[in-house]
Design a protein around this ligand. Sequence first.
Ligand SMILES: Cc1cc2nc3c(=O)[nH]c(=O)nc-3n(C[C@H](O)[C@H](O)[C@H](O)COP(=O)(O)OP(=O)(O)OC[C@H]3O[C@@H](n4cnc5c(N)ncnc54)[C@H](O)[C@@H]3O)c2cc1C
Length: 479
Amino acid sequence: MAASKTRTGPPRVAILGAGPAGIAAAYALSKGKAEVEVLERAAVAGGNSTSFQIDGIWCDYGSHRFHPVADPHVLADVKALLGPDLLLQPRHGRIRLGGRWIHFPLKLQDALLKLPPAFAASLIGDMVLGKFRRKSTGPKSFSSVLYDGLGPTISENFYFPYVRKLWGLDPDKLAVTLAERRVSGSSVGKILGKMLRMIPGLRGETTGRFFYPRQGFGQISSAMVAAAKGQGAAFGFGANIVRIERDGNRVTAVVTKEGEVETRHTPDQVYSTIPLTTLVRLMDPPPPPEVIAAANAIRFRGMILVYLILGTDRFTEYDAHYFPELSIPISRMSEPKNYNSATGPKGKTILCAELPCDPGETWWDMSDEDLGRHYCDWLGQLGLPVNVPVIRTETRRIAHAYPVYDLDYQRHFETVDAWLSTLDGLLSFGRQGLFAHDNTHHAFAMAYAAAEVLTPEGGIDRAKWAEHRHEFESHRVED
Ligand SMILES: Cc1cc2nc3c(=O)[nH]c(=O)nc-3n(C[C@H](O)[C@H](O)[C@H](O)COP(=O)(O)OP(=O)(O)OC[C@H]3O[C@@H](n4cnc5c(N)ncnc54)[C@H](O)[C@@H]3O)c2cc1C
């Protein structure tokens, strides 16, 4: 897609980033709508949703499930692309509440039997007295909304410590948006309703289940890349984007550099799924100072994935363990073998811990060996001692794991978003492009919408895109 300016065929679109959003856009556009070139910095596709093997075991960047609540169109495509490789698995996790292990997702009978009586009584009290509880006054935050909706017991024992760990901020320093996007049970009654729907006889075919591919979550991305390539989309991995040129409010070129050689890509549209902060910094000429200042104020939370490779067939029967308590810094642990019911390799399993942390924090620069030692200590404290041989520890680090919805984020995001929206020839979307705390199926839905709004002349139907943006606000994160 380098060079020529005169177009004779379909519109030409350069997609920045080959995570789920970029891949799905390439897949949808290459069905005859556009000539597509994807520019991805990494060596492989899939972004945060990719998979890789360690000692023959498929691993993800932390626990990843494809949720059955996906838009039917998106789900139908994923099913068609993966065929029999897409498994429908029962969810079988555990959460630590009040010092006890409770099944997660919550099941009524299990919760009644296992929750400490004082904890259960306090929960019921919150539900009964909820109507009479004095609502918080003053500006709303994540903590005030949760406290008002759920009451003190579940807020203080689960959500507050969990978000403190995940975002590194106190719950009253986090915006309401986080509660809207992340907390699907916004009252004790709704949580009970969810638990009732888990009861056999009352539950639907996919309740309490998730889709998962045989070769790791990333198989969804790789199948979609293969299909997009089959339709003519070109993928360039290891791409080093050095600037995005604009002439006034028209984006004119994406420039990549390999060694000393620069290449100018001059599509009709640039579809960007890279972090919007990076997008702003790549602009040449740069945006106005207030846009740069706003982009500098936007923060993403990083994460270290710590993979403990153990000399045993299986460590637990559970897919994931959730740890809200603040005494240990990991938020969740998954055992990849339990996601795809893998039978081999024998004599080995892996425990993947999610350790939220930013570059510059102590954990970020720690050696794999030391992280592995801490990990074993934490498991010991949780009553899960590692009494089997530890073969070794591996880690992966992701800098853009979660958008940080602090109290000022909205203002900064809107400044950047408003300026980017004035540019012709550019559309920013996806988790990183819209600073959206979302799931993979949401990234796919955004990409399909982005493909839909491309006009045959290579423009964007902005009115339709505005409608889609409004729909994206209803996306709710599934855990
Ligand atoms: C710990 C964790 C668990 C999750 N669990 C689930 C789950 O269970 N189910 C679920 O559906 N979702 C889950 N998600 C969310 C899921 O990972 C994201 O929704 C999805 O990956 C978003 O896709 P994306 O393409 O928008 O962004 P990304 O996956 O972040 O992809 C962005 C791409 O842009 C590339 N890029 C960045 N900068 C540049 C640059 N300068 N030049 C070129 N390319 C660049 C990156 O390399 C990457 O490939 C989880 C996320 C995390 C962090």
